[in-house]
Design a protein around this ligand. Structure first.
Ligand SMILES: Cc1cc2nc3c(=O)[nH]c(=O)nc-3n(C[C@H](O)[C@H](O)[C@H](O)COP(=O)(O)OP(=O)(O)OC[C@H]3O[C@@H](n4cnc5c(N)ncnc54)[C@H](O)[C@@H]3O)c2cc1C
Length: 295
């Protein structure tokens, strides 16, 4: 492993100062579960690693009447285990439980999962389906953007030099919702998703679909939402036929690659199958017919 300077900081201000002082030669380290592997493999060669894991002000969950806020340093294990997360944002809790192993989830943070910008980042489809917004701090100020604008490509985000993702905000809704996250992988644990599918449906009083969200991981250069598949479902009653059509649109909209883990054709087929299954499960939950949240 190449040598580098190591600096541990305990406040957001110190983190931004340290990044600014190093003029583009440093990287932030949260849990280190992606970063240390990349440094070992020589894919990243920082002069300085700024360890931000001890910054308390951006670690943890805060719930208000209409918003669920997550500090960027919140561990994946916290999201998996928190009764608050399971109750208010069950889709995210489900996705968190599928990342790596208990040991990895204990170290890994939600901010690191997003900033690493893998197309298969486990928490991304759930957050996209939940309409999450990302808060970004830099020396020149703070900005809040829709998470859908955050990813630019594999390993690439909108974060500028020295900028830090500090938190996520999810609008809360008390209406009848159903949601499901499916992860398809070769092994049951410690394997990245071949396909990740997050589905969320919200029903009106009259059972029409008020809001539909279809978000996918590992089948495009970035995690994506599929607006065409969502629009097809909204403002109408749920039907098996509509679920089939919506799943078909999702399968046609994604851009999977073929690699040693699966072919593009197989991934596309699985998007179709998992979306259809997910829509049925989410509708059943929203109607109060089923409790299928295991994915
Ligand atoms: C054995 C193993 C299994 C895994 N399985 C999965 C899996 O199933 N699904 C999955 O999605 N991932 C998996 N991962 C990858 C990894 O654990 C996750 O992506 C994790 O959430 C990364 O978080 P971290 O805090 O460790 O990030 P780090 O490694 O600390 O950082 C990752 C990147 O993000 C940057 N960064 C971190 N935090 C911030 C911030 N707040 N602001 C700006 N930049 C930041 C770092 O500079 C670095 O470039 C696995 C990893 C291992 C080692």
């Amino acid at each position: 492993m190449q040598s580098f300077d190591y600096q541990k900081v305990f406040s957001l201000k110190d983190a931004l100062d340290a990044a600014s002082a190093s003029k583009g030669t440093s990287v932030f380290m949260a849990g280190g579960t992606d970063l240390l592997v990349q440094i070992k493999e020589g894919k990243v060669r920082p002069r300085c690693v700024i360890d931000v894991k001890g910054i308390q002000e951006i670690d943890g969950l805060v719930v208000s009447k209409d918003e669920f806020s997550i500090g960027a340093l919140t561990s994946i294990r916290t999201l998996e285990r928190s009764p608050l997360a399971s109750e208010r944002v069950p889709l995210l809790a489900q996705a968190a439980a599928k990342l790596g192993s208990v040991q990895v989830r204990q170290r890994a943070t939600i901010g690191g999962n997003l900033c690493n910008a893998s197309p298969s980042a486990e928490t991304a489809p759930a957050l996209l389906a939940l309409d999450a917004q990302a808060t970004i701090h830099g020396k020149s100020g703070t900005r809040v953007i829709d998470l859908g604008e955050f990813f630019l490509g594999p390993g690439s985000t909108v974060l500028g030099d020295g900028e830090m993702l500090t938190g996520l905000k999810i609008p809360l809704n008390r209406s009848r919702q159903g949601c499901v996250y499916y992860k398809l992988s070769t092994r049951k644990a410690m394997d990245l998703a071949l396909v990740g599918v997050a589905i969320l449906l919200e029903l009106n009083e009259d059972d029409r679909i008020r809001k539909a969200r279809v978000a996918l991981g590992a089948v495009a250069p970035t995690p994506i939402r599929v607006p065409s598949a969502e629009k097809l479902l909204e403002c109408r009653a749920f039907s098996l036929e509509a679920a089939r059509e919506s799943a078909e649109l999702a399968a046609q909209s994604c851009r999977p690659i073929s690699d040693h883990r699966a072919s593009a054709g197989y991934r596309r087929e699985m998007v179709r199958e998992l979306c259809q299954r997910g829509l049925l499960a989410a509708y059943g939950q929203a109607k109060g017919l089923t409790e299928d949240r295991n994915g």
